[in-house]
Design a protein around this ligand. Structure first.
Ligand code: TYD
Length: 335
């Protein structure tokens, strides 16, 4: 999360739309003079929907923070932690809503994080966050959710327990399709708000599936090994027919697949990506060259490995020509 951080939320049209709908959902319950703070506000994709509200985003990565500023979003180029919120404490500013999307799971020190949120949350304020969901990862065997920045993969059970440790209460949970299956959590101070039936329902479902047990982890591990074997066999069969494979989107997730399955330039020639910071660089560990998406149709592969499988609807819609020209998609998850 430095000055060259290369993940721009707005690189996906469906994510822009998702954040617009998400903002509308929050605004329905907000008073006109309400205040909102976003942790890891990236390029301002979400907060730009709150320009008429008192809003602040904390974004440590300068590359994306600069874009937010250009979009007239109030962004602080700092990490969100106890050390960096003094300017708000001094002015006695508190928030009705504290939001985070795909960021809470990136933060190693959850203790510091929650204490920081509590200092800035109004008595009846809400903490709302969306993160990749453990249940979806288990179901889809999407082990590529496990990578360097993803310190945690939360379950409802985990968030429920963490909330209690801080005199907070999990008041609602809503399943989301984003990032291959996420969960939206709504947390408030204890005994302030009514708890939705959704919480009990999903807690029960997790219990019935045994997702709070070590056995479920072991089963997941075995499923990953089977998935890896199948993928390598599929790729070897494609290569034995003399076909060309290229990667589509140099995602963070792809790092896990490539290294875990030992897939390098012997199988995949290059990865096409739309992010300027990534072009001319190499995939971590396996050193597959990343080239500009602009040349995708000039260098068409026979097979494109969909590393951004979580954006498949958007990508399939955009790439009909690839299929018309005889191209095929592959991935380690069902697409
Ligand atoms: P995402 O799955 O959101 O990322 P991550 O696993 O890194 O969290 O994908 C973001 C990357 O995918 C980013 O490098 C841009 C690239 N991308 C494309 O190249 N083309 C596309 O159509 C989309 C949606 C993403």
């Amino acid at each position: 999360f430095n000055k060259n951080y290369p993940f721009y939320t707005s690189s996906s049209k469906s994510m822009i739309l998702h954040f617009k709908k998400y903002a509308k959902w929050i605004k329905k319950k907000l008073k006109k003079n309400a205040s909102i703070l976003e942790i890891g506000s990236n390029d301002g994709t979400f907060l730009q929907n709150f320009k008429n509200y008192f809003h602040i985003g904390f974004e440590p990565s300068k590359s994306v923070h600069d874009v937010a500023i250009k979009r007239n979003v109030k962004s602080i180029n700092k990490f969100f932690n106890l050390q960096n919120i003094n300017f708000l404490i001094k002015k006695k500013i508190k928030f009705d809503v504290i939001v985070g999307s795909n960021v809470i799971c990136h933060i190693p020190n959850q203790n510091n994080l929650i204490k920081t949120m509590l200092k800035l949350l109004k008595e009846n304020g809400k903490i709302i966050f969306e993160e990749p969901y453990l249940g979806s990862m288990y179901k889809k065997i999407s082990y590529d959710q496990i990578y360097d920045e993803h310190i945690f993969i939360f379950s409802v059970n985990a968030i429920n327990k963490i909330s209690k440790l801080f005199d907070l209460e999990l008041i609602d949970v809503l399943e989301q399709n984003t990032h291959g299956g996420s969960m939206r959590y709504v947390v408030g101070r204890k005994n302030v708000r009514t708890v939705s039936k959704n919480v009990e329902n999903i807690l029960k479902r997790e219990k019935n599936l045994g997702q709070d047990t070590l056995e479920s982890c072991i089963k997941f591990k075995l499923n990953c090994e089977i998935s890896k074997k199948k993928l390598v066999e599929k790729i070897q069969s494609i290569k034995s027919r003399g076909k060309k494979i290229a990667g589509y989107a140099a995602t963070s997730k792809s790092t896990t697949v490539l290294n875990y399955c030992d897939i390098g330039t012997n199988y995949i020639d290059c990865i096409f990506d739309t992010t300027k910071e990534k072009i001319g660089k190499y995939s971590p560990g396996k050193h597959i060259p990343i080239i500009s998406y602009d040349s995708f149709y000039n260098q068409l592969p026979d097979y494109a490995y969909l590393f951004a499988w979580n954006h498949k609807e958007e990508i399939f819609k955009k790439e009909k020509e690839f299929i018309n020209k005889g191209g095929r998609w592959i991935s380690h998850v069902d697409i």
